[in-house]
Design a binder for this molecule. Sequence first.
Ligand SMILES: NCc1[nH]cc(CCC(=O)O)c1CC(=O)O
Length: 323
Amino acid sequence: MTSVVSSPTRTIRIGSRKSQLALVQSYWVQEQLQKSFPEISFEVHTMSTQGDKILDVALAKIGDKGLFTKELELGMLNQEIDFAVHSLKDLPTNLPEGLTLAAITERENPADALVVHEKHKDKQIDTLPAGAVIGTSSLRRLAQLRHQFPHFTFKDVRGNLNTRMAKLDAGEYDALILATAGLQRLGMGDRIHQILPKEVSLHAVGQGALGIECRADDSELISLLKAIEHPETRDRCLAERAFLRILEGGCQVPIGVNTEINGDNLTLTGIVASVDGQKLVKDTITGKASNPEAVGAELAQMLRQQGAQEILEEIFTEIQRGS
Ligand SMILES: NCc1[nH]cc(CCC(=O)O)c1CC(=O)O
């Protein structure tokens, strides 16, 4: 099927996962594009991904490469949909041949958030009692928090946001660590008890931003998508993704980042930690915001020299052994 891109009757099909968060994000993108291009019609098509079906296994153990994106990518390559909206942090840093990351939208607060059981409403992350059960399914959060708070008990938590909140409120956990952005997008911003400062938790690469992926040869769609791109978010996220790509990590490895842009300068902080929180390398670099991928690549090399690769190799071996 050839797409009649310049025809005023072209319908653009947006692929979305079926989760509540994915739908909110896809409808938001649809609305933004519809406002910019009233003559084009944008439709949301939903698809289930592997990650939506496997809800009972710790994410780290099943690996994550493309868990939430593969079916949507096949849909694009098969011309069933024209583009896909992803939480950028779930989008692998290497895309399949024929697809491209066409736009990155304005990021919500990328930080992690602490959500507590109501009996801890007067506490913060550093005043929760010893033995407090902290729910997280992310090795990145686990490693960083274990390093600073070895007296907590960490427990995996899966399921959608409502399920996780119900488990917290039922007393299965004392607190959860979740993405601020996800809570805000789902209208649960009032449950955010503390936004974790970067000294406590460096966020995931791309956290809080949406990434829009489409066929690399659909140049007219790519130029339409530029209308909803946020250049500052894009530059920050491209630096973060270059850092992750070179370290060969996915969303489920203990790699965290923070970025800031001041004028022409982009400052990137990165951390690589062992799952037990014992080993940790962290550094910061400032470079040109006009060449974000070079900044990310340079920080990756710096952390490699400080032992990041050894930490990551140990984790891959552990995951393969299924420990
Ligand atoms: N890996 C799951 C995931 N993917 C995107 C978000 C939240 C929104 C975002 O970070 O952009 C979440 C939930 C979480 O980490 O708490």
